[in-house]
Design a protein around this ligand. Structure first.
Ligand code: ZN
Length: 361
């Protein structure tokens, strides 16, 4: 990942810090320095940022652990100045699960805020909110307010915020997944524009946030349309579902008929409902050359083949396709063959998506 520093691995997940996080710390340190003109203020200010940073880490683990409940692994977590991103290995099958995963992050911040509130209440240390400022007021109370801010901020229905994912999940219960993403991304950019506009009058920091949201929303929309971001799309959006299946006892004569009458090059071989091999174009030619048309599929098929799950992200499946020294990988779901992924049809998918993407942009 570009512009990110690995800071550790907790509960089996790598955590990265994005370079812009340092920008934020630098910006705050400078503003403390100019406001208070003392090193103590800078140190306590940066200490506060680190506490805030911890809240963001907990927030991301909220997502990651919710995802784990649904058997979805988290590839890594990257922390940006205004939140983090937990990159999930695949999209949960059920949009409702995505909804829970998206909500789990902000829920963690609610819990942190409630715990801090109760602690302050018990110790009768609650100050009126008006006495708080960026640098002044009780440390814990500021942390409580900031956690509430994180909740509100993350629930704005704009990518890359959780609210954007909640919106997409809600849309995806009714619409096709890529379409739902495009709509949610457009809403995100609209919100970003609004932020930027309001920021011009109220707080320049809002412009910074708007820029971040805009780029995030654009990235999310591009995810649906460009090869660089196949990661946002499950394999089942791009796989071939109309294909011919062979059995081990089929002869190459039969296969030749299929080859000549259609445009399928590689064939999955199935026995008792399970994929047991892949017969590639080169293996067909090789078999014909050596033993003629009577050769059985089972004797020339490849048995060491890669597979992918239909709900896996396209980028990982595509990477496997590129590294497998093959042209086709069978796509399984719950051990059943549901499709084929080939270089050709991934390329086709990207072309179609980019046309749809530009006409919708
Ligand atoms: Zn989140």
């Amino acid at each position: 990942m570009k512009w990110s520093w690995k800071i550790g691995n907790f509960l089996g997940i790598d955590v990265y810090l994005h370079t812009t996080f340092f920008l934020l710390i630098g910006w705050l340190a400078l503003s403390y320095w100019f406001q208070e003109n003392s090193l103590v203020a800078v140190v306590s200010g940066v200490g506060f940022i680190l506490a805030l940073f911890a809240s963001v880490v907990f927030h991301e683990y909220g997502h990651a652990l919710a995802a784990r409940r649904f058997d979805v692994k988290t590839r890594d977590i990257t922390l940006y100045p205004i939140g983090g991103v937990a990159r999930l290995e695949r999209i949960p099958e059920d949009p409702k699960q995505e909804l829970w995963i998206a909500i789990a992050g902000p829920a963690v911040n609610v819990v942190i805020a409630v715990v801090l509130f109760l602690w302050l209440l018990i110790n009768s240390a609650l100050d009126p909110l008006s006495s708080l400022s960026l640098t002044g007021g009780s440390f814990l109370e500021r942390l409580m307010v900031t956690n509430l801010f994180l909740v509100g901020f993350n629930l704005i229905p704009a990518f890359p915020m959780d609210g954007g994912r909640v919106l997409r999940a809600l849309l995806a219960t009714r619409l096709e997944y890529t379409r739902a993403t495009q709509i949610a991304a457009s809403v995100g950019q609209g919100m970003a524009f609004l932020f930027g506009f309001i920021g011009l009058f109220i707080n320049p920091f809002l412009i910074f946030i708007a820029l971040f949201v805009w780029i995030g929303a654009q990235g999310e929309a591009r995810m649906v349309t460009l090869k660089s971001a196949l990661g946002g799309i499950p394999v089942n959006r791009a796989m071939l579902t109309n294909f011919t299946v062979l059995s081990q006892d089929d002869s190459l004569a039969k296969v030749v008929d299929y080859v000549l009458s259609g445009d399928q090059k590689d064939f999955p071989v199935v026995a008792e409902g399970q994929v047991v091999g892949v017969l590639s174009q080169s293996a067909i030619l090789d078999g014909l050359r050596r033993n003629g048309e009577a050769t059985l599929v089972g004797s020339v098929m490849r048995t060491d083949f890669q597979t992918a799950d239909s709900f896996e992200m396209l980028d990982t499946a595509f990477a496997r396709l590129q590294n497998c020294d093959c042209h086709t990988i069978p796509i399984l779901h719950q051990e059943q063959l549901v499709g084929l992924l080939t270089m050709d049809n991934v390329g086709e998918f990207i072309r179609i998506q980019s046309i749809l993407g530009t006409s919708n942009a």
